[in-house]
Design a protein around this ligand. Structure first.
Ligand SMILES: [Zn+2]
Ligand SMILES: [Zn+2]
Length: 201
């Protein structure tokens, strides 16, 4: 059997790291690689020593509206945690690569660039909100090795990666409760796979 390529190898490890994620939003795992060696890992969740997000530790995640309130979220993103762990232990990351299970958000993207990361590899796609697309592309273009998807077989339940949104429930008129309600329930039970919506982690 052919040996697994580096990209697949590191991404598989990132999916294992993701299992430690403790956030009510999407679970994300990241692996920071320098010269073909993993120097740091990270998953998303509350800062050290704080009550887990899944136990209600983060207010913003508990009441989240997709894409809103990032500044008030105490959860640290996987990529950010990988960078911060390297900083904590004095490990250089310049010229390194990040393998993350979700395409980095705007915030992480600029942090990765500013830390000197050369290329970003992601498993699931994420897209910024409309007015910020061009700025996001501008930061993406700063990575000399690019921002690229990596394909691996990921058997994880997609509902776990992409939990249902917590938007305020709309009241429906009694007339529409029939078919519409059934469809809504089906949609909640089987979140649409594929393109990841912005926000919500
Ligand atoms: Zn959270
Ligand atoms: Zn992020």
């Amino acid at each position: 059997m052919a040996q697994m390529g580096f990209d697949q190898y590191f991404m598989k490890i990132a999916t294992a790291v993701r299992k430690r994620a403790n956030c009510q939003g999407r679970k994300v795992g990241a692996v920071l690689v320098v010269k073909h060696r993993i120097v740091s890992t990270g998953y998303n969740g509350v800062p050290e020593g704080m009550k887990n997000c899944e136990d209600g530790g983060c207010d913003r995640c508990a009441k989240r509206k997709p894409g809103a309130g990032y500044d008030n979220c105490i959860c640290v993103h996987a990529e950010e945690n990988a960078l911060l762990t390297a900083a904590r232990f004095g490990i250089t990351v310049e010229g390194g690569l990040i393998y993350t299970t979700l395409q980095p958000c705007f915030w992480c993207m600029k942090a990765l660039h500013q830390a000197g990361i050369r290329a970003v590899y992601y498993l699931e796609e994420w897209q910024p909100k409309r007015p910020f697309v061009s700025q996001y592309r501008m930061i993406e273009a700063r990575f000399p090795g690019g921002v690229k998807p990596v394909k691996i077989r990921d058997r994880t339940n997609r509902a776990w990666i992409n939990p249902p949104k917590r938007e305020p429930e709309r009241r429906r008129s009694p007339k529409k409760t029939g078919v519409t309600t059934v469809n809504m329930q089906a949609a909640a039970a089987h979140p649409r796979p594929g393109r990841v919506q912005h926000g919500g982690r």
